[in-house]
Design a protein around this ligand. Structure first.
Ligand SMILES: [Zn+2]
Length: 454
């Protein structure tokens, strides 16, 4: 295959912004990077290049119920009443539906500037809980959607055995998620290796769902299945969850993980919303990434992560689109900062240095933390995957902006509308802000959802 050459007026490289940058792509990777050079005949020319962002936490199927849980119920609505709506929605979707919904979600992720997704995949069985012939049937559908859309996939098959702390029995609504034993999960994990084998650069990890769903003994057995791959777990998203954990073991969920699970660079703790100041400092020192999902956490009424304190302690974070209620990389980062502004009644709180750009600080964290979390290299460097996002310099909010001001204009003003092209492994998957197969993916999604919601 011939090399592809892309020339940008400005590009954000690991060493910082450079002007007149020429990227050469070979076999999906960046073969050379030159700056301060003129474009050559045949080069594709664009305005601004950023590395694609990782989306570290998604449940793709939930894209299909976006907006369907916004009516007041008889009791006080919360995460727990939303979860009942989610369980009912699940009754109606099988492999075809999962694939069609995931394809839409992944295409929208690419259109918003995410080039890799960490799919926290806990839907394993048929409606009612019966087994598919292939235990990784639905993982195969997720992999098919990733392959068709082009998004990079870090698949995190979920071990889910119980309905509450201390090995409480699962509820009926959880039947599709369950691996009754670590052995059953090991078989699912092995089948998942096969499910992703057709993808170029897929990464496989292990995701114990939460301390609600997994006992300490089971945790010890399933974690080694990851080899050197990433480890993800939900923790401390809800106050009730923290209270139940205290009642079970006398410790809070993140406290328990810090004391017993040897949190390290290989771990991502998803949400970690409710932390004491001591947990915040210890989690920051652990080297783990906190996977924050600001739009979903706001939609579900989870609470606000102590991001300013955590960053001051040197903590690493990344963002995820979680329930996929709305998919937009820029809006996740914007809301992360805005929640801190509303909490602390100040501005520019998640910024790394005096006089630095808030957008750039948020972007750098989400890129490096996200890459660590999903088990890949980060940034536009020689040898890395050619996962590139270009911004539309004609967008009104980007006029006359340069370097970091472009990122501020994108995150705080233009958002998804500023995305022009996206390349994954050097292939154009988004052009003019639209996925290359947007029409077919949306048509299939509409037909699927008409049948599901009828
Ligand atoms: Zn989640």
């Amino acid at each position: 295959m011939q090399d592809l050459h892309l020339w940008f007026e400005q590009a954000l490289l690991p060493e910082g912004w450079r002007d007149s940058v020429r990227l050469s792509v070979r076999g999906g990777g960046l073969a050379s990077i030159e700056s301060g050079v003129d474009p050559q005949p045949g080069d594709e020319r664009h305005g601004v290049a950023l590395p694609g962002l990782p989306n570290v936490h998604s449940h793709a199927f939930q894209r299909g119920m976006a907006g369907l849980a916004e009516r007041k119920g008889p009791a006080r609505d919360s995460f727990w009443t939303w979860r009942e709506v989610m369980y009912r929605f699940l009754d109606r979707i099988g492999p075809e539906e999962v694939e069609a919904i995931a394809a839409l979600a992944f295409a929208e992720m690419l259109e918003s500037g995410f080039t890799r997704v960490g799919e926290f995949h806990y839907l394993h069985h048929a409606p009612g809980g019966g087994a598919y012939d292939n235990p990784a049937e639905l993982a195969e559908r997720i992999a098919a959607a990733a392959g068709a859309t082009g998004i990079g996939l870090t698949l995190l098959p979920v071990f889910y055995a119980h309905g509450g702390f201390g090995g409480a029995p699962p509820t009926l609504g959880q039947a599709r998620f369950l691996s009754r034993t670590p052995d059953a999960y090991a078989r699912l994990h092995a089948a998942t290796v096969q499910a992703i084998s057709g993808l170029d650069d897929a990464v496989l990890g292990v995701a114990p769902h939460s301390l609600r769903a997994v006992t300490p003994e089971e945790l010890a057995v399933v974690l080694p299945l990851a080899g050197n791959g990433p480890l993800h777990i939900h923790a401390a998203e809800q106050v009730k969850e923290v209270e139940d954990c205290l009642a079970w073991c006398g410790a809070r969920p993140v406290e328990w993980l810090l004391d017993h699970a040897r949190l390290s660079e290989r771990w991502s703790v998803i949400h970690a919303t409710h932390l004491t100041p001591d947990e915040t400092k210890r989690l920051a020192r652990s080297g783990a990434v906190v996977g924050l999902c600001p739009l979903t956490e706001a939609n579900l009424g989870d609470g606000i992560f102590p991001a300013a304190e955590y960053r001051q302690a040197g903590g690493r974070f990344a963002v995820g689109s979680d329930s996929n209620i709305l998919i937009d990389a820029a809006r996740e980062l914007e809301l992360l900062e805005y929640a801190q502004r509303l909490t602390h009644r100040g501005r520019n709180l998640l910024v790394d240095a005096e006089d630095a750009s808030t957008g750039r600080s948020l972007f750098d964290q989400a890129l490096s933390g996200g890459s660590q979390s999903l088990g890949v290299e980060s940034g536009l460097a020689v040898g890395a995957s050619a996962d590139i996002v270009s911004l539309d310099v004609d967008h009104p909010s980007l006029v006359e902006r340069k370097h970091d001001a472009l990122i501020d204009g994108w995150i705080f003003a233009a958002q998804r509308a500023a995305i022009d092209c996206v390349w994954r492994r050097g292939t154009t998957v988004v052009n003019g802000g639209r996925h290359r197969d947007a029409e077919a993916i949306r048509a299939r999604y509409r037909a699927t959802m008409r049948a599901v919601l009828a």
